[in-house]
Design a protein around this ligand. Structure first.
Ligand code: NAP
Length: 233
């Protein structure tokens, strides 16, 4: 198929921008989701994609965006925020609500709005950009591999754990779809500006594209690292 279409949310920068760029290189018509029209237009032009103004927390805007897309083969729910490193005891509830609004409710709202377009695809794929810091197995490891360990970034990590749960439930209930979650690894982007180090976001994007291009006998309802290895829930 050479008329495949994809939507990447939060594609004006960071990992999402790289995912969009790689999907264009794969021959997709790519809708570059961006809540800021100016930044999105520039980002779309840079890679030969098409701006789709989309704030994942704006129901009317989501409906307007979905009305512009007839058929969709790949949806990458990439938009995300990580406001603070606070532990649960120190987490501001408004911050937690904002985090879930984007990272969880936003994914459900966008996914459900674009389901009619995805159902018109012969091979629909959904990639939810999660985080290895959401792995409860890794989080409870006595030698945690992931910063911030010790119960930090509670709002962010619990939101991505909820996203992982939704990934499984969507996979179980969407016939013919492949729905998987990606752990991109620590990457140098604006989201992690406070971290001491981070790898190349393009490498993580390649992992997302791998899940976007899964064959019909590929996995669904899984949690995969950027390098394709399974991540424990
Ligand atoms: P980033 O550079 O900060 O990019 C985040 C993107 O999400 C931006 O385009 C941002 O748009 C967009 N966004 C935020 N809220 C939005 C909303 N309400 N509606 C639409 N777009 C919105 O961060 P990133 O590192 O590339 O993050 C991409 C994804 O990877 C996130 O889901 C993040 O949780 C996940 N992740 C990242 C890392 C890492 O190490 N970087 C690790 C694990 C998981 P604006 O420019 O308008 O803010």
């Amino acid at each position: 198929m050479n008329d495949r279409t994809a939507l990447v949310t939060g594609a004006n920068k960071g990992i999402g921008h790289h995912i969009a760029r790689l999907l264009v290189a794969e021959g997709f018509t790519v809708h570059v989701g961006s809540r800021d029209p100016q930044l999105g237009k520039k980002a779309a032009e840079e890679i030969g994609g098409h701006l789709l103004v989309l704030d994942v927390t704006d129901p009317d805007g989501i409906a307007r965006a979905a009305a512009q897309v007839d058929r969709l083969d790949v949806l990458v729910n990439n938009a995300g925020i990580a406001p603070s490193l606070a532990t649960p005891a120190d987490t501001d509830l408004d911050e937690m609500r904002r985090t879930f609004e984007t990272n969880v409710f936003g994914v459900v709202a966008v996914t459900n709005a674009f389901l009619p377009a995805l159902r018109r695809s012969p091979h629909p794929r959904i990639v939810n950009v999660s985080s290895g810091t959401a792995s409860l197995t890794w989080s409870t490891n006595p030698n945690p591999q992931f910063a911030p360990g010790n119960g930090g970034a509670a709002a962010y990590r619990s939101s991505k754990a909820a996203l992982n749960a939704l990934t499984v439930l969507y996979a179980q209930t969407l016939d013919g779809f492949k729905v998987n979650a990606l752990a991109p690894g620590l990457r140098a982007t604006d989201l992690t500006a406070r971290a001491a180090a981070g790898g190349d976001p393009a490498e993580a994007a390649a992992g997302a594209v791998h899940l976007a291009l899964l064959p019909d006998d590929g996995p669904t309802g899984g949690f995969f690292s950027w390098d394709g290895t399974a991540v424990p829930w």
